[in-house]
Design a protein around this ligand. Structure first.
Ligand code: ZN
Length: 289
């Protein structure tokens, strides 16, 4: 496959632009991917272990794969109307756990897309995410289910709902990360966010005042959320919404995790400093005695 991220992250039926230099299967590169292995219980590198084998092509001819050698290895031209090819990936560590992908290739309209994947998308969030999302974990899972089936409009709506529910407390928490004395402008903007119920308007009021710790390398997560939320779903296709749903999901998780981590680090630092100063004071008063 030309792109590991396409295999790792793309949802089913979401088209991925792909220029076929020549419509030949053997001209398509094989890449390694990095995904979770159920046997190793960790993220692992997976290698593609078969050749691009077609079991169903544009002429509805069945091709049988036998011991990873395609029975018909001579015919590798991708027909105009496209074909479905089967990719097997094995974990490079345990050499046991296998993932399968079924990819439609269309050299006429220059796209590829997943039409099947085993094991399917995992919608079971890890423990950290469960505790972070709390009551909203149901929306999150529903969003993932929609994404896995290519229902972009549905996924977008679920993730949007999570942001709408958490935005007020999220913006409050961000405020607590700005040093006192430097946060006047933010606090004023925060007050104004309470006068509107529209999430993207709230975000717009504060996105330029984000502390540097949440604004890494020119990537402003609040600005990204504002942009994607302003797009909305009206008149847009499932396909167009899928991409935005993914951005909403990843940006929200990035922001929520970064805020919680920063609050925790700030508290640990303050506690440490408090203890240090306390010890110094103790030493000084001991010396005086
Ligand atoms: Zn493994």
């Amino acid at each position: 496959m030309p792109d590991s991220e396409f295999l790792e992250k793309h949802q089913l039926y979401r088209k991925f632009d792909f220029q076929f230099s020549k419509p030949l299967l053997e001209k398509i590169e094989k890449v390694n991917i990095n995904m979770h292995c159920s046997k190793c219980q960790n993220m692992r590198t997976f290698n593609m272990t078969n050749n691009y084998s077609t079991f169903l092509d544009g002429n509805l001819t069945y091709r049988i794969q036998f011991k990873s050698q395609p029975l018909y290895s001579g015919y590798n031209l991708i027909p105009k109307e496209g074909l479905v090819t089967w990719l097997t990936y094995k974990c490079a560590s345990c050499n046991t756990f296998t993932r399968h992908f079924f990819i439609e290739m269309n050299s006429n309209d220059n796209f590829i897309r997943k039409v099947g994947q085993l094991p399917p998308w995992d919608i079971q969030p890890d423990k950290e995410l469960q505790s972070i999302l709390g009551d909203y974990i149901g929306y999150y899972k529903n969003g993932l289910i929609c994404e896995s089936q290519g229902y972009g409009i549905g996924a977008y709506a679920y993730y949007r709902r999570i942001i709408e529910e958490i935005i007020d407390s999220l913006l409050e928490q961000i405020g607590s990360l700005i040093e006192q004395g430097e946060n006047i402008q933010y606090m004023e903007a925060l007050e104004r966010t309470k006068q509107t119920n529209i999430t993207q308007e709230k975000i717009k009021l504060v996105y330029d005042l984000l502390p540097p710790i949440l604004n890494p390398e020119e990537f402003n997560p609040l600005k990204t959320l504002h942009q994607v939320l302003s797009e909305g779903v009206h008149g847009r296709s499932d396909d167009a919404c899928l991409k935005d749903a993914e951005v909403l999901r990843e940006t929200t998780l990035f922001l929520v995790k970064a805020v919680l981590r920063s609050i925790k680090e700030k508290k640990e630092f303050t506690d440490k400093m408090r203890k240090l100063l306390e010890r110094q004071r103790q030493n000084k008063s001991n010396q005086r005695e």
